[in-house]
Ligand binder design. Structure first.
Ligand code: GDP
Length: 410
C-alpha cells in the first residue's frame, strides 16, 4: 500500500462524555470487539467482556492508556484518551490538538449534560468533526428524540440520525440503519458479537420512511447530486449517502447520530463502521500550524514524504514500562535510531525504542509514520507539549490557545 493510501486508513479519535454517560463502557466494548480476533472462542462465557478486561488490566494495559490502537476492517483506529472532567481542561485541549475526530457519548436519559456541553465547545473551537452515540437506550426513561432536541438547543449542532432505535428501555431490541434500510440486532448469546441483519419490522416502516426522508433532505442541502435525485425522485445509492455524510461531517455541517446500549453490547460495531466511514483520516488534515525559530507562524505540510515533526501530548509510566512519551507524528517518519531535536528544550534526543499500545498487547515498532500515534520509550529531556523535529530543523507545533473560560459548569 502506498504511504498516502495508508494514511487514509488511519483514524485518530477521542471519546468524550459527561461523567457516567458510558464513556468507559463504550471504550471497553470498542476494544473488545476490535480485539476479538485475538480472543475468539472465549465469548460464550457470560462474563467474557469483563474477564477479558481484567486480563488486560493484569498485564498493566488498561483503557486509560493515553492512546490505544485498535484495528477495524482494515483501518487502524487510535483512541486518544480525552479526560472528561472540566478540571482537566488543559489536558482536554492537548488531547483535542492531536485527534482528528470525536465520538460524543450521551446518556439517552440525561441527554446533553453540562460536561458534554463544555467539551463540545472545546471541540467546536478546534473544528473537530464529531459523531454522536446515544447510549443507555435500555434504561428506563431513555428518550432518543429528546436527546436529539437537546443537541440542537444546547449545543447548536445539526444532529442527523443515521439510525433509529427499535423499542426502548427493557424492550430496546436494536437499530434500523437508515442508509442501508435494514434492522440490526445483536445476539445476546455471543455478547453482541454477531450482528444480525433483518427486515424492518412492519410497525416501524412509517418511522423508517420519515427518518430516511429527513436524512436525504438534510444531505440534499449540502450535496447537489443528492438534491437532484431527491427532486427527481430517483433512488440514491448507499455509497452516495455515505460519501455525502462524510463530507457534511468533515465540514462540520452535521453530526451523524447513532444509538445503542454499550452495557448490553448493542450498537458498537455500527459505531465503529461510522468512525471509519465518516470521521477524517490524517490525509484530510493537509497542514499543521507552528512557529519557526524567529517566532514567526509557519505551516508545515503533513504527509509521509515531508520533513519529520511530531507533538508529544502525554507522558506516562507504569509498572512495566518507564517513561513513555506519546507522540503524534504529523509529517515524515520517526524511526528507531533517529536523532531528533526538541526546539523548546534545545536538546537532541536519541530514539532507541518505539511502541504501540493495543488493547491486549504492546508492540515494539521500528517506526511511526505521519498521521499515526505511538509512544517513545526513554526520552531524556522532552515533556508533554514539546515538539520533536529533525536535527537541524526548527518548528514548534503547539501554540496553546485557550478558548474563553467556561462558565456555568457544575
Ligand atoms: P463514564 O463515567 O462515562 O466512563 O461511564 P461508565 O462507562 O463508567 O458508565 C457509568 C455507569 O453506567 C456504569 O455503571 C455502567 O455500567 C452504566 N452503563 C454504561 N452503559 C450503559 C448502558 O448502555 N445501559 C445501562 N443501563 N447502563 C450503562
Amino acid at each position: 500500500m502506498s504511504a498516502q493510501k495508508e494514511l487514509l486508513t488511519v483514524r485518530n479519535i477521542g471519546i468524550m462524555a459527561h461523567i457516567d454517560a458510558g464513556k468507559t463502557t463504550t471504550t471497553e466494548r470498542i476494544l473488545y470487539y476490535t480485539g476479538r480476533s485475538y480472543k475468539m472462542g472465549e465469548v460464550h462465557d457470560g462474563n467474557a467482556v469483563m474477564d477479558w478486561m481484567e486480563q488486560e488490566q493484569e498485564r498493566g494495559i488498561t483503557i486509560t492508556a493515553a492512546a490505544t490502537t485498535c484495528l477495524w476492517k482494515d483501518h487502524k483506529i487510535n483512541i486518544i484518551d480525552t479526560p472528561g472532567h472540566v478540571d482537566f481542561t488543559v489536558e482536554v485541549e492537548r488531547s483535542l490538538r492531536v485527534l482528528d475526530g470525536v465520538i460524543a457519548v450521551f446518556c439517552a436519559v440525561g441527554g446533553v449534560e453540562p460536561q458534554s456541553e463544555t467539551v463540545w465547545r472545546q471541540a467546536d473551537h478546534y473544528a473537530i468533526p464529531r459523531l454522536a452515540f446515544v447510549n443507555k437506550m435500555d434504561r428506563v426513561g431513555a428518550n432518543h428524540k429528546r436527546c436529539l432536541r437537546m443537541m440542537t438547543d444546547r449545543l447548536g449542532a445539526t444532529p442527523l440520525p443515521v439510525q433509529i432505535p427499535v423499542g426502548k428501555e427493557a424492550g430496546f431490541a436494536g437499530v434500523i440503519d437508515l442508509v442501508e434500510g435494514k434492522m440490526l440486532t445483536f445476539s445476546e448469546q455471543t455478547l453482541g458479537q454477531e450482528v444480525v441483519e433483518q427486515a424492518i419490522p412492519e410497525d416501524y416502516e412509517e418511522a423508517f420512511t420519515a427518518a430516511r426522508m429527513n436524512l436525504l433532505e438534510k444531505l440534499a442541502d449540502f450535496d447537489e447530486g443528492i438534491m437532484e435525485k431527491y427532486l427527481d425522485e430517483k433512488p440514491v445509492s448507499v455509497d452516495e449517502i455515505h460519501r455525502a455524510l462524510r463530507k457534511a461531517t468533515l465540514e462540520l455541517k452535521v453530526v451523524p447520530v447513532l444509538c445503542g446500549s454499550a452495557f448490553k453490547n448493542k450498537g458498537i460495531q455500527p459505531l465503529l463502521d461510522a468512525v471509519v466511514r465518516y470521521l477524517p483520516s490524517p490525509a484530510d488534515i493537509p497542514t499543521i500550524d507552528g512557529v519557526d525559530r524567529n517566532g514567526e507562524p509557519v505551516q508545515r505540510a503533513t504527509g509521509v514524504q515531508e520533513k519529520f515533526c511530531g507533538l508529544i501530548f502525554k507522558l506516562m509510566s507504569d509498572l512495566f514500562v518507564e517513561n513513555l512519551a506519546f507522540i503524534r507524528v504529523y509529517a515524515g517518519v520517526l524511526k528507531v535510531g533517529d536523532k531528533v531535536f526538541n526546539p523548546i528544550k534545545k536538546k537532541q534526543e536519541k530514539i532507541s525504542k518505539l511502541m504501540k499500545l493495543h488493547a491486549n498487547k504492546r508492540e515494539e515498532v521500528k517506526e511511526i509514520r505521519a498521521g499515526d500515534i505511538g509512544a517513545i520509550v526513554g526520552l531524556k529531556f522532552s515533556t508533554t507539549g514539546d515538539t520533536l523535529c529533525g536535527n537541524g530543523d526548527y518548528v514548534v507545533l503547539e501554540r496553546m490557545e485557550f478558548p474563553e473560560p467556561v462558565i456555568g459548569v457544575a
